[in-house]
Design a protein around this ligand. Structure first.
Ligand code: FAD
Length: 520
């Protein structure tokens, strides 16, 4: 008897109180007669591992977990599901680093992507052609190490590198290089995809372009990425990594926008992001960043209290270089001269290129050591139009969040709209502005009641944007109703529905996104 479980089977989990898993139905017995049967596990160890994610908010058990050795194994599973009288859901799981159950498959089968290749790194660098072919299951950190052996590296990165290629390309993959190179999805030349009908298709801008564009930012809705061809550039050896402090949001955003503008971008930083530290968080709570010394933090706290500002803002930027330190010093000096950060509040580190790109690993280790990594993460990421970022700062950062003291990070940095490809499924604010901001409220729930409190604040933030008509779009989006998704996709909704009907007509793929209801 095949079956499907609707979205209601997702359980909401309160910090530290994991509810029992729903007992779903059974998969069709003849699944276990297929030649992939030996790679399917139904034991509780396997299904529990695939029942939750980094967010620790949603929990739902699959009936089974497939450990594929090859993309053909995934195709066989999907073809079996779609040819069953009642198809069952299938969700690829990269690292499970989503926050809202996006990689879960209640009552269906989770495909544990990390099994692909029998433990062999499926990473092949083409030095002459300047690209790397990487399995969808590969971690970006492993791609970095493999490409560096040839003096090359991808151009666009996420802040954290223990994420899979398929996982970030299903969203967008954003970071401080996106202002110049676009998100990771615009740095891909070709994909191998197992579609929701079980076909193995190689696609690109020229070959099956509708599938190529659908899958990039496609939230796993159209198929499973099993290989991506990623553009490379010559890699630097070192990075000058700076943080510049501001107490005034207008000056902060003006300088950020200067740094990502075409003129400054050519001669300036290779990476530009920004963070917001709310007043009270400076001296309280576990410190997650090894960047500042305690003396720096005291100076910064003094700056905040003197200025009377509710927040302190940091531009975080990096300039890559090889050996010639004098030329990087000159270049850096020339860029800093154009900026209006608080005099004397420039903090600098000189690190290797790998140390810079892998910097969040250090934060992870700090948080792991004080037990606040494996906790619920009710994260909210928003893309905010440039014209409303100051309103957002006043109403949300200094308003709704102003009195709280959360553990975590608030990111805030601009990107250039023209570096995104509108043909892809990924969604950005639908305005004609040249720049939009990403604001990441990356907060952790460490005490009893934090999940509910942070979720209430997130709701209030979204309600504020609606009330003030700020055309925000969620990044790593989460909606429980199709209406929310319809609004999220906006002008792209009809096309998304059309492509879903073409590439996953049974609506079995990545049900944890809760965009399309699986058939019952
Ligand atoms: P999973 O969580 O396993 O999967 C995500 C979704 O993609 C699911 O729906 C899944 O079914 C689907 N999927 C997984 N693999 C495939 C595949 N091969 N083919 C098709 N669909 C697939 N994101 C950024 O953009 N920038 C950042 O700087 C950034 N920093 C982060 C830092 C941390 C500490 C964490 C936890 C997350 C961060 N993220 C960032 C978010 C991250 O990109 C997403 O959560 C991403 O989905 C996680 O990748 P994953 O490999 O664990 O995917």
């Amino acid at each position: 008897v095949a079956f499907l479980i609707g979205m209601t089977s997702f359980l909401f989990v309160v910090a530290g109180q994991i509810s029992p898993l729903p007992s779903g139905g059974q998969l069709p017995g003849d699944l276990f007669a297929l030649n992939i049967a030996s790679k399917i596990r139904t034991d509780r160890n396997a299904t529990t591992m695939a029942s939750s994610d980094f967010g620790r908010i949603m929990e739902a058990a699959p009936e089974a977990v497939l450990h594929p050795a090859t993309p053909a194994d995934i195709a066989a599973l999907i073809r079996f599901s779609t040819s069953s009288p009642a198809p069952f859901p299938v969700a690829p799981r990269g690292q499970g680093h989503s926050a809202r159950g996006q990689s879960l498959a209640p009552g269906g089968v989770v495909v544990d992507m990390r099994a692909l290749g029998h433990g062999h790194r499926r990473i092949n660098v083409s030095v002459g052609a300047g690209y790397v072919d990487a399995g969808g299951e590969q971690l970006w950190i492993d791609i970095l190490h493999a490409t560096l052996q040839h003096g090359l590296a991808p151009r666009a990165w996420t802040d954290y590198l223990r994420l899979t290629v398929g996982g970030t390309l299903s969203n967008a993959g954003i970071g401080g290089q996106a202002f110049r190179h676009g998100p990771q999805i615009t740095n891909v030349q070709e994909l191998d995809v197992v579609t929701g009908t079980g076909q193995l298709v190689t696609c690109s801008r020229d070959k099956s372009p509708d599938l190529f564009f659908a899958v990039l930012g496609g939230l796993g809705q159209f198929g499973v990425i099993t290989r991506a061809r990623i553009v490379l550039e010559p890699a630097a050896k070192r990075a000058r990594w700076v943080r510049l402090a501001y107490t005034d949001v207008t000056t902060f955003t003006r300088d950020q926008e200067l740094l990502i503008s075409k003129k400054a971008s050519e001669a300036g930083f290779d990476y530009v992001e920004g963070q917001v530290q709310l007043n009270r968080t400076l001296l309280e709570g576990p410190e997650s960043t090894p960047f500042f010394s305690s003396a720096d933090i005291s100076r910064l706290a003094g700056l905040v209290s003197r200025s009377g500002s509710g927040a302190i803002y940091f531009i975080e930027a990096a300039m890559y270089y090889d050996e010639a330190t004098t030329s990087v010093d000159k270049k850096l000096e020339a860029v800093l001269e154009q900026l209006s950060f608080m005099p004397g509040f420039v903090f600098m580190k000189d690190v290797t290129y790998v140390q810079f790109l892998d910097r969040v690993r250090m934060e992870e280790e700090v948080l792991q050591s004080v037990g606040v990594w494996d906790v619920p993460h009710p994260w909210l990421n928003l893309f905010v139009p440039r014209s409303r970022i100051i309103d957002f700062d006043t109403g949300v950062l200094k308003g709704i969040l102003g009195g709280t003291n959360p553990v975590g990070v608030i990111l805030m940095y601009p990107m250039n709209t023209n570096k995104w490809d509108g043909r892809m499924t990924a969604v950005v604010p639908q305005t004609d502005e040249e720049v939009f901001y990403t604001v990441g409220l990356l907060r952790s729930a460490v005490a009893v009641g934090d999940v509910e409190r942070l979720e209430r604040e997130n709701e209030a933030v979204l309600a504020f944007c609606t009330k003030e008509a700020i055309q925000c779009k969620q990044y790593l989006p989460h909606y429980t109703k199709q209406d929310g998704w319809r609004r999220h996709f906006g002008a792209k909704w009809d096309r998304t529905v059309e492509l879903k009907a073409k590439y996953d007509p049974h609506k079995i793929m990545a049900p944890g996104q809760t965009i399309f209801r699986s058939p019952t």
